[in-house]
Write a protein that binds this ligand. Sequence first.
Ligand SMILES: O=C(O)CCC(=O)C(=O)O
Length: 326
Amino acid sequence: MVCPYVLVKLGMSKLTPQQQHAETFLRPSQGPQRVQIGKGTTFLPGKKDPSVAHLIDHVLEHGYVILPNIFTEAQVSAAKKELARLEALESSGPASQGGRNRFEGFETKRIYALVDKSRVYDCFAIHDTVMKLNDYFLQPNFLMTSFHTVNIGPGSKAQEIHTDDGLIALPRPRPLMGIGTMVSFDDFTAENGATSLIPGSHLWDDDRRPTREEMIPAVMPAGSMAYFLNTLWHSGGANTSQKPRRSITIQYCQPWLRTFENFTISMGWEDLDQVPKRLMQLMGFSTHDFMGYVDGKSPRAGVEMRKKRLIEWALKEKEKERQSKL
Ligand SMILES: O=C(O)CCC(=O)C(=O)O
């Protein structure tokens, strides 16, 4: 059987003797290892951990893979309880009571800046299997770009069909910029708005446009994950059931890309020590080579520098106020 996806090694012109000169600083990403899948996606394959090789092959062929029950009942139950607490608070953000546009979904509640609001969701962002899959599809030091709950209420219409790299104006085949994931807190069904996706659409060129008829629902039990390349066409589904479809989406991106959510600011700096180290790195408190530095040091060191300056400033302001009252 002919495999529907083809890993094509993209040719790189051989280096001239001058380029091979010791003075030339070539990074691994400038080497000849980039591959193309179909007409839609190119990427630099990373380490293929044998324990996830079958999952990688599924993603290469279909653009996504379902990871059933990768989270425990306890994790899912804590996530739902915390969601009820957060959604009851007005301070939970501008889309926590309903979306502000068709894309967010008027009947869909989203809680952004989750890293700042709760520690219950940390475990969903750093699952070992997901890290291993990302190690293959993304470059080392990949980041988290998006991390928020998605609660599609009864009566919600289907979301607009999109790819998560749609903001990036590059033609297909284009470099893989990131990975999308949806984690189900409720069973995802065709009726309650399971994420809809078009298998194989990561292989398409720009001339092919998606249609609703080509979509399939990512049906999966609560505690599962749909993992997909962000060149894959997908959308939230319509919820025709009587109950909400609760979930969290976590997206990851290449280490050299601007992230959707600016996690280094959305997280309160006073609480940074409570965040797992791996998550901190994913949030951008890290560097990629020297990309992301603060005054030549790590962003974490930069935060301490800013905190010190803020404290000094606050003390001076307090002293000024005291003096003015004398
Ligand atoms: O809610 C879903 O199933 C998908 C959400 C999504 O793709 C998005 O908001 O970008």
